[in-house]
Design a protein around this ligand. Structure first.
Ligand code: AMP
Length: 120
């Protein structure tokens, strides 16, 4: 899928640089609001990150953007339907204590195997 080329909104943010096309990614979906690409270190047969183009730190900021949050869930659902049986786990690590390592909001879409309760 083609990469967008534009200056990253925040040049210090790896996901802004992926959105801008400066860093390559294996994109499975993109539109004006979000991109979705495969995680570099997949934890399931389907492990896709849905990332708003606009930079915000974590999902707490998306509480103020309900239409965008809803769109992220729609895209997650579409990716899971295209890549697996349609069932999926949607995960937002929020803050360092919860395991967030990239501070540009992203939803993990995990699918393609049985996901045990409590894992990930
Ligand atoms: P989190 O720990 O929730 O912040 O998730 C960040 C995720 O981004 C991790 O699962 C990483 O494997 C993934 N990741 C980091 N850099 C890249 C990259 N360049 N391309 C794809 N996935 C990445």
């Amino acid at each position: 899928m083609g990469e967008t080329t534009a200056a990253p909104l925040d040049p210090d943010c790896i996901f802004c640089r992926i959105v801008a096309g400066e860093i390559p990614s294996d994109r499975v979906y993109e539109d004006d609001e979000v991109i979705a690409f495969r995680d570099l270190a997949p934890k399931a047969p389907v492990h896709v990150l849905v990332v708003p183009r606009e930079h915000s730190r974590d999902v707490r900021a998306l509480a103020e953007r309900p239409a965008l949050l809803a769109h992220v869930t729609r895209v997650a659902s579409q990716v899971a339907a295209e890549e697996s049986d349609g069932d999926f786990r949607l995960l937002f690590n929020t803050g360092p204590t919860a395991g967030q390592t990239v501070f540009h909001v992203h939803a993990h879409v995990l699918a393609g195997r049985t996901l045990a309760e409590g894992e990930l």
